[in-house]
Design a protein around this ligand. Sequence first.
Ligand code: S3P
Ligand code: PEP
Length: 426
Amino acid sequence: MEQLPLKPIKKVSGSVTLPGSKSLSNRILLLAALCDGVTEVRNLLDSDDIRHMLAALDVMGVKVELNDDKTVALVHGNGGQFKTPSEPLFLGNAGTAFRPLTAVLAATQGKFTLTGEPRMEERPIGHLVDALDALGADVTYLKNEHYPPLDIVGKKLQGGTVEIDGSISSQFLTALLMAAPIFDGDSEIKISGELVSKPYIDITLGVMRQFGVVVEHDNYQVFYVKGQQGYTSPKSIMVEGDASSASYFVAAAAIAGGEIEINGVGKSSVQGDIGFAKVMEQVGAKIEWFDEKLIVKKGQLMGVDIDANAIPDAAMTLATVALFAEGKTAIRNIYNWRVKETDRLYAMATELRKVGAEVVEGEDFIEITPPEEFKLAEIDTYNDHRIAMCFSMVSVGGQPVTINDPGCTAKTFPTYFDVLASISHH
Ligand SMILES: O=C(O)C1=C[C@@H](OP(=O)(O)O)[C@@H](O)[C@H](O)C1
Ligand SMILES: C=C(OP(=O)(O)O)C(=O)O
């Protein structure tokens, strides 16, 4: 296994340009494929999660031309006339590929098998499949009930009134919303359970709007989508920078100072994870807000107690910021950390203890008290990009640390450690 020893960092300064948002990239690619005609996608993310979506589109007969650094794509949409692939669609551990493709393929002609990495087979999809079943779709579990891999025999779906449980992942609702405009009739989608990760639904509705589909809703409880609409290509579309990826640089500047300019997200961001910068202001970071840029400086950091349900990905970064804040930090209402790339509550608690923090791991929360004395540790990353990126904060705080399997950042940010090195002073 590769290991990356990180030396203590004294100061960070300079400027970073964020790679494109994972959430936007995969939504845009799929909707562009469902259009007739060509869509130019600019600032596309080049990472594993996007590669899996691109590979799936390729074997289903959607032509996508990429520029040399794979950040501009010309997607030749074929109106959703997907070719039945001769082999299973392997989607890695990309939730933003697996869930939306499940719903869209269930509603288009063809036969598809969707598989993924071993961890994908442990990530639930039952709430989405239940809703698709209720709409008359033909989706079969190939191994364990409620989990991938899946067999899908796609067909025209009529729509109608359907319930979907929103309490484990917002991606199930996102998937159903993205498929609903290609149903034959209108849909009324009712949420059961408390809808988690709500800002991701705004990302979905925003991208659908850019592709010509307007969804009405009653306070995120009932969604109304007209059938037989199809999507209309915006011709050219820009992916804004990844707000979850921004969290590491916001945190680094807040911990180690100097000043960092973060280009690609700002006050006009459509991504909920921009809310992490607001949380960091509460923690003590000094932030200047521009439309598509942030300038962040160090501050006196204090532990906070927050409900992080709306920002599950970026909130992980707060768990390592907590190592350098005064007093206790509590991150609450994050049960679904347990069903992501790994059981993130367990993994975070375990690795934070290795560096000397006192940690309480609750069923849906984590409380962190910073170490009295840091311990030299090798951090296991559980094939979870965010654990690897979060624990680089230990070095940002002036402590040496070793990151095991640093290559796992390829899921969303393959160049992360190079970018961090480019702003680091030892
Ligand atoms: O829709 C999306 O793009 C995402 C939704 C969130 O998942 P959940 O809704 O499962 O919390 C988030 O954690 C994931 O990284 C991306
Ligand atoms: C939860 C994540 O990914 P996915 O899109 O696979 O759910 C993540 O990127 O933190």
